[in-house]
Design a binder for this molecule. Structure first.
Ligand code: SF4
Length: 179
């Protein structure tokens, strides 16, 4: 039987959702022969591959390159899961949204709240921040939502188990307590 090609992606988030994924502990061993991890912060893959079966996307869309990346993820993936509250509603990174223009954020961070060496870093290699952080479903079609900040490992396990079984992951009742 072909293994499920699984990817995980880290966009505008803190990586806490990925840390919660690691909390799956021995379940990761249980699914190791059913899953091929093809792209993830847990591995050294440079290019998002084609023909991904399932991708868990952590974080919202906060800078320009992430717009193109999330579109590529959608094109190359059968099932996209919005993984955690930052992907679902912007959450913590979106706290800058009421300030609007990112220049205001830079000024607050690097001038107003800095005691020494006040200066805004300028580097063409840095990505261009968007005026607001968006949940991923504002840019692409999302197949399933996995809420929580971070989603507890028990909830991730329910969703991943269902997807590996070819079933729709329905979260309800106690599945949604905590996290
Ligand atoms: Fe971090 Fe919470 Fe956002 Fe996950 S949902 S990336 S844990 S802030």
């Amino acid at each position: 039987m072909d293994r499920i090609k699984l990817a995980t992606v880290w966009l505008a988030g803190c990586s806490g959702c990925h840390m919660s994924f690691l909390d799956l502990d021995e379940f990761l061993v249980d699914i190791a022969d059913k899953v091929e991890l093809v792209y993830s912060p847990f591995m050294d893959a440079k290019e998002y591959p084609k023909d991904v079966d399932v991708v868990l996307v952590e974080g919202g869309i906060g800078y320009d390159e992430q717009i193109h990346f999330i579109e590529k993820i959608r094109q190359n993936s059968k099932i996209v899961v919005s993984f955690g509250d930052c992907a679902m509603n912007g959450n913590v990174p979106a706290m800058r949204n009421p300030l609007g223009n990112p220049e205001v954020v830079f000024k607050t961070s690097y001038f107003d709240n800095a005691n020494v060496n006040q200066q805004i870093p300028k580097d063409e290699a840095l990505p261009v921040l968007l005026d607001r952080v968006s949940p991923i479903h504002e840019l692409i079609k999302v197949d399933y939502f996995l809420p929580g900040c971070p989603p507890p490992a028990s909830r991730i396990k329910i969703v991943v188990s269902k997807l590996l079984a070819g079933e729709a992951p329905i979260l309800e009742g106690d599945d949604l307590k905590n996290g």
